[in-house]
Design a protein around this ligand. Structure first.
Ligand code: ZN
Ligand code: ZN
Ligand code: FE
Length: 762
C-alpha cells in the first residue's frame, strides 16, 4: 500500500456471533472515533483487527460495551503487534475459507427501520420489506454459504443505485446488509382474494380481517393463518376450518394490545422485545380474549410484530391477531406461494403474498420467563442457527451429528467446540415432516460444511430418526452411538449449563412422556444418577400398562383405568368411565397385548387428569391433559390442609419404584367428596414433587452426587418446576433455559453423550 509504514499496536481477535451483524462497520466507526489506524476483516475464527496509533484501551472497551445489537461477543483476545498501516482505518476483504462464516438468526425489525416505514418523507415509507444490518431476514432467506446476497432469495432483486450506495457505505446502517431493499428495487406485496386485488394490499387485508375473514399471511419462516383475535366468531371459524378444536393459538399484538389482555412483567416485556421476537407465554389478565383462542389455559402465547409487514398489518387492523401456522393438520408449515394457494385455499378467504421466497421453513419460537430467566420451549425462528459452546473437557471431540427422537424432532451438529441445535421440525410420524427432517439433515450438513465422524440417535431402533441415523452411518461407514432417551435428556441439561465432562455425577429427575429403557420397558418418570458417559436408574414411577400403546397417550381414561385398578378402585373406574370398553382394556392389560409397561410421568398426569374429569376421553393435542391440570392447579390457592401430604410414599425415600396408589386413592376420594378440582390438581403436583424429592435425596447419598438436573417435557410445567426447585433449594439445581426440556433438546444430549464417549476412547 502506498504510504504504508510499520506501526506499533495490537492484534485483536473477536470471537462469537460477530459476522453478518454489522461488526466490521462498527469497528470502523470506533476506530475513527478513537483515532486509530489499521484494518479489520472477517476470517474463519471471527473478526480480526489490527489497530494502533490512538486510544487502544478506550477502543477495546467500546468493542464489547457498544457492540451491535445482534452481535454476541464471546471473547476478545489481544497481543502487541507491529504491522503495516496506511493513513487511516479500513475494512478489508475476508480471509480464509468462507465455509465457517456464521449465519445469524432472523431478527425482528429494529426501531430505526420501523421509524422509516412510518415516516411519510422516507423512501421506505409503508414498505413491508425494510431491513438493515441490525434486523431483518437471515437464515430464512439463506440458500448457501458464504452469506452474501447472491446466496439468498434476494439474489433475484437487483439493488437500485440508492440501495447500492447504502450497501457500500461503511458509515451507513445498511453497509453490507445482504437483504437491503426499497420499494424501487425490492420485493413486492399483493393481496389475493379470488383474483388479484387492486389497491393497497395491507388495507385490503385489514378489511378481510375486520369482516371476520381468515387471512393467510406470508411471513418470515412460513405462512400464518390470521383472524382478528377479539372476534370470537372468526376464531371459531378458524378452529372449525383447521379442524383444530383445542390447541392454543398464538396471538400477535403491539405491547399495548398485549397488556390489555395479559400480565406483562419487565422481564417478559424484555423477552417479547428480544430481536428473536419469540412467542412468549403470558398469564391471562385484564380484558379476556375469546375463550376459543386458548381454551382451558391460564396463559396466552403472545408475540410482537417482527417484520415491517406485521407492523403495517397490525396498524391497519388496530387490534391483536391470532397468528397460527399455515399448514394442514400435522403437516409442516407452508412456505411457497403456489403451495399456499393449494393447501390453504380451503382455510383462507384471502392471501397476503409477496415475491421474496422463503428458503427455509422456521416456526415461531416459543418461550416463557421463569424464575431462572427466559426459557425456550420451542427453538426455531430467531434462535437458530445460534450455537452453544460445548462444555469444558470436550475439546477433542470429533464432528458429530445427532438425530433426536420421534417427537419434536431437531438435529444437532457438533463441530469446532460448538453445538448447533437445529430448528424444531415436528413429529416424525407425519410423512411430510419426516421429509423435512431428511432435507434439514442434508441442508445443515451442507451449510455448516459438516463431515461427521460419529452419528448418534435414540436407543429405540424403530424411530424414524434412528433408522435415518443408521442408514446415514452405513452409507458413510460411520459408527452409531445409541443413547437412552432419558440419559440424553440429562446430558442435554448438563450441556446447556456448561457442566464439565469431568464435573462428576449428578442426579437427574427426568419427567417425560415416553422413551425406551434399556430393559425393554417404556420409561418416563425417572430419577437417574450419572454423567455424560453413563447412568444408573435409581428411582422411577411404579409402572402401569399403556393400554393400546400410542392410544394411551391420546386417551387419558386408559391411564386412569390402570391406575385405579392398581389402587384397588376398580369400582370407581367402572362408575366414572361407564361408557368405555373397560373389560376389553383390562384383558389387554392382563395379557400384555399391546400394553407395554411404562413408568411415564406424562401418562401419570393424564391418569390424574382423567380421574378429576379433565379431558378424560381424548386429548385434542399432545400434552393437553397435563397443561389443563397445571392451569387448574395454578388457580388453586395452594395446598389445603385436608390434602396436605396426601399419599406420599415413605418407601420412595429409598431406591426403586415410587408407588402412586395412595395418591390415586386420595384423588378418587377427593373427587367423590366434591373437593375443588383446582385443589386436587395442586395436591397432585405437590405429591409428585415430594415423591421425587425423597428419591433424589437418597440418590445423592448413594451415588455421591451433589447437584440435581431437571429435564423432560413435564418440566415445561412451570408450577411443577417451581415446586421442585423450592423443594431442592438447599442443593445446586440445573434447569433448561436455552434448549427445550422436552424432546426438542434430545439431540443435543445425544451428541454430548457420543462426544463424551469418543473423547474418553482416545
Ligand atoms: Zn433495521
Ligand atoms: Zn432500492
Ligand atoms: Fe423425552
Amino acid at each position: 500500500m502506498k504510504g504504508d509504514r510499520v506501526i506499533e499496536g495490537r492484534r485483536i481477535r473477536v470471537r462469537g456471533q460477530v459476522q453478518g451483524v454489522g461488526f466490521r462497520p462498527f469497528v470502523w466507526q470506533l476506530a475513527r472515533r478513537f483515532g486509530l489506524r489499521g484494518r479489520v476483516l472477517n476470517d474463519p475464527e471471527g473478526v480480526l483487527i489490527w489497530a494502533g496509533g490512538g486510544d487502544l484501551d478506550g477502543f477495546e472497551h467500546a468493542l464489547t460495551a457498544e457492540a451491535p445489537v445482534l452481535a454476541r461477543v464471546d471473547a476478545v483476545e489481544r497481543a502487541a503487534a507491529r504491522f503495516e498501516a496506511g493513513a487511516g482505518f479500513e475494512i478489508v476483504a475476508s480471509e480464509g475459507s468462507g465455509a465457517e462464516t456464521r449465519v445469524t438468526p432472523d431478527a425482528a425489525t429494529c426501531p430505526a427501520c420501523l421509524a422509516e416505514i412510518r415516516d411519510p418523507g422516507d423512501r421506505r415509507f409503508g414498505y413491508a420489506f425494510a431491513n438493515c444490518t441490525h434486523c431483518g431476514p437471515r437464515f430464512t432467506i439463506l440458500r448457501g454459504l458464504p452469506y452474501d446476497r447472491a446466496q439468498t432469495t434476494m439474489a433475484s432483486f437487483e439493488m437500485c443505485a440508492e440501495c447500492a450506495a447504502e450497501y457500500a457505505d461503511p458509515g451507513d446502517r445498511r453497509f453490507h446488509a445482504q437483504p437491503v431493499a426499497c420499494p424501487a428495487c425490492g420485493p413486492r406485496l399483493w393481496l389475493e382474494a379470488g383474483g388479484s386485488e387492486a389497491g393497497d394490499p395491507v388495507a385490503g387485508a385489514a378489511r378481510v380481517l375486520a369482516g371476520g375473514g381468515v387471512l393467510a399471511v406470508k411471513g418470515l419462516g412460513g405462512f400464518h393463518l390470521a383472524v382478528a383475535a377479539r372476534d370470537a366468531a372468526a376464531v371459531a371459524r378458524l378452529r372449525d376450518r383447521k379442524r383444530r378444536p383445542g390447541k392454543p393459538f398464538a396471538v400477535m399484538g403491539t405491547m399495548e394490545m398485549i397488556r390489555a389482555h395479559s400480565a406483562v412483567s419487565e422481564a417478559e416485556a424484555g423477552l417479547l422485545r428480544d430481536p428473536a421476537a419469540p412467542i412468549v407465554l403470558l398469564d391471562k389478565a385484564g380484558a379476556a380474549l375469546p375463550e376459543g383462542v386458548a381454551p382451558g389455559q391460564s396463559c396466552l402465547g403472545w408475540m410482537l410484530p417482527y417484520t415491517p409487514l406485521h407492523h403495517l398489518l397490525l396498524e391497519a387492523v388496530g387490534g391483536p391477531l391470532v397468528m397460527t401456522s399455515g399448514n394442514l393438520s400435522g403437516e409442516p408449515q407452508v412456505i411457497g406461494n403456489e403451495e399456499a394457494r393449494e393447501k390453504l385455499g380451503g382455510f383462507a378467504d384471502a392471501f397476503l403474498m409477496h415475491d421474496r421466497e422463503i428458503a427455509r421453513r422456521l416456526d415461531d419460537s416459543v418461550e416463557r420467563v421463569t424464575p431462572q430467566g427466559p426459557t425456550v420451549l420451542r427453538r426455531a425462528r430467531g434462535r437458530v442457527p445460534g450455537t452453544l459452546p460445548v462444555p469444558p473437557g470436550f475439546g477433542g471431540a470429533p464432528q458429530i451429528v445427532a438425530y433426536g427422537g420421534q417427537m419434536k424432532a431437531a438435529i444437532c451438529l457438533i463441530k469446532n467446540g460448538q453445538a448447533l441445535l437445529g430448528h424444531h421440525l415436528g413429529e416424525l410420524d407425519e410423512a411430510l415432516t419426516y421429509d423435512a427432517f431428511v432435507q434439514a439433515d442434508a441442508d445443515y450438513a451442507d451449510l455448516f460444511d459438516h463431515d461427521p465422524a460419529l452419528v448418534a440417535c435414540d436407543l429405540h431402533p424403530e424411530h424414524r430418526a434412528s433408522r435415518h441415523a443408521r442408514s446415514r452411518a452405513d452409507a458413510k461407514g460411520l459408527p452409531v452411538e445409541a443413547v437412552q432417551h432419558h440419559h440424553a435428556h440429562l446430558a442435554a441439561c448438563l450441556g446447556e449449563n456448561g457442566w464439565p465432562l469431568d464435573g462428576g455425577r449428578v442426579v437427574g429427575i427426568v419427567l417425560d412422556g415416553t422413551g425406551l429403557g434399556p430393559d425393554g420397558t417404556v420409561w418416563g418418570g425417572e430419577v437417574l444418577a450419572g454423567d455424560y458417559l453413563g447412568f444408573e436408574r435409581h428411582g422411577w414411577v411404579a409402572p402401569a400398562p399403556l393400554i393400546g400403546g400410542d392410544m394411551a397417550a391420546r386417551e387419558p381414561w386408559r391411564n386412569a383405568l390402570v391406575r385405579l385398578d392398581q389402587a384397588g378402585l376398580s369400582d370407581v373406574a367402572e362408575e366414572i368411565f361407564a361408557d368405555k370398553p373397560l373389560s376389553m382394556a383390562r384383558q389387554a392389560a392382563a395379557k400384555g397385548i399391546n400394553a407395554p409397561m411404562s413408568s411415564s410421568a406424562g401418562r401419570l398426569f393424564d391418569a390424574v387428569a382423567a380421574i378429576l374429569g379433565v379431558c378424560p376421553e381424548r386429548q385434542s393435542y399432545e400434552g393437553e391433559a397435563g397443561m389443563r391440570l397445571e392451569a387448574l392447579a395454578r388457580a388453586s390457592g395452594g395446598l389445603r390442609r385436608h390434602t396436605l401430604g396426601i399419599g406420599i410414599p415413605t418407601k420412595s425415600m429409598s431406591q426403586g419404584p415410587i408407588d402412586p396408589t395412595a395418591m390415586i386413592r386420595a384423588m378418587a376420594k377427593g373427587r367423590r367428596d366434591g373437593e375443588a378440582v383446582e385443589d386436587l390438581a395442586f395436591a397432585f403436583h405437590h405429591w409428585l414433587t415430594r415423591a421425587m424429592d425423597g428419591s433424589v435425596r437418597t440418590a445423592l447419598a448413594v451415588h455421591k452426587a451433589d447437584a440435581v438436573a431437571l429435564s423432560g417435557g413435564c418440566f415445561q410445567n412451570v408450577l411443577l418446576s417451581e415446586l421442585m426447585q423450592r423443594s431442592l433449594s438447599d442443593l445446586p439445581v440445573l434447569t433448561h433455559q436455552k434448549t427445550p426440556a422436552n424432546d426438542g433438546g434430545l439431540a443435543l444430549g445425544q451428541a454430548l453423550v457420543a462426544a463424551a464417549r469418543a473423547v474418553r476412547r482416545r
